[in-house]
Design a protein around this ligand. Sequence first.
Ligand SMILES: [Cu+2]
Length: 493
Amino acid sequence: MWYHDHAVGLTRLNAYAGLASGYLVTDDVVTALTNAGIVPGLSYTVPLIIQDKTFKSKADQWGKPGDLWYPNVYQSNSATSETGRWDAGAPGDGFANLGLPPNPSCVPEFFADTPLINGAAYPYLEAQPRRYRVVVLNGSQARFYNLNLFYENPFQPGEPDLTRGGPAFIQIGSEGGLLPAPVVHNAPPVLIPTDASDACDPNGPHSLLVAPAERADLIIDFSSCQPGDRLILYNDAPGPFPGGDSRNDYFTGNPDQTARGGAPSTKLGHGANTRTLMQIRVVALQGAADPFNFASTLNALRGSSGLSLAYQNSHIPFGELDLDPTAPNVLFENKTLNEDFDSNGRLIQRVGTGDMLYSASYGRNYTDAPTEVYKNGQVVVWDIYNTTGDTHPMHFHLANVQVLGHAPFTNVGTPDTAFVPPDPNYRGWKETVRMNPGEVTRVIMQFSLPTGLPFSVPGSPRAGLLGGHEYVWHCHILEHEEHDMMRPLVVLP
Ligand SMILES: [Cu+2]
């Protein structure tokens, strides 16, 4: 799990400045898997909190070298030039009119140039030839990561040998807990194919793909490695995802993009590099050999006392049994994800709710009156139509969701095909769900207020007339969330 400040209008800055942290929740079910040796214990558990930051290289009136830098200028493209970062226009009319953003301004997204893991730039991890439990959290503002593990190129320290994949990842969990079945990644590594403009197919080949706020609970077996081996944890996801902009992709020997407002070429052994996240140095085994390896772990997880049993058992304490969309009294509703221009000509992303007919400016503001108001215990199915060009990691407070599937659409309200089932690692309980452009994503959830609290909870001030408790759902690209891709979610007692 992780937690971070959520102040309206300041979330993106506070989280970027460091008001964010992770914690590991365990329970009897996970302890049983650990005691059986199937899942490595706490002494072999490594958290990887991945964030991207940009540091000032020179002192100026606002700070000193090494201070965090965050963009404060809305760099507009014009009709004839794309040296800016973002399109600009007038509300509802596309690109017709260059607006005049204030300075300082919010920006639609931020892709920094230096990846940090657990707060350190380009760190290394010493690993023994045995299994580790590796818990991954993407705590970035906007950047997605496609994670693969390669052996290091012996002739270029710090760089991967893209022809030599490292140990596989066995994914056992995501944000909401354990998966019903293990999912294998990095066997072999899968890089993301991109076109000439650095865009990819969001449903195309990928490895372990984590959007902001997504998590992956992994088991990695290094027992096939030798002491002295080195590995590189490598990312190649386009930013933004899936559209891409080569100025956000920093790697050794990349083209000089200063003429387009980007960075100079990165030299070997130096930053900026958003691909080489971390080095793993294999050291000698200490103590007894691990009784499980990759194959026997996978067998045990797939066995009758493995992950499927644990998945069923682990959710009972939270009241989260698999939800049935055919049960009586389930509500079905359509939602939309929208992009438009605000009154200053800046891109704005919003969430469309209610049953209005679709239009380009369908989105509502966070401060508009709540439209998602439900009675305690209500089960809902939401079909969320993404009318924008970005994949949005939509995040739900109060409830975890189950993803029922996704389908392409031409008109909001009408999927073009039957729903395609989600990826295997999207079949557990999710807090954050990637929703691809041009697709409707179907999720099911139950809005149950917390019970057994040792204190009473007052109604939300905004929802107070209804006596309701106010939560939110929003995009977890932090710049989207704040401008203005977040809506209230009210549950009545
Ligand atoms: Cu978004």
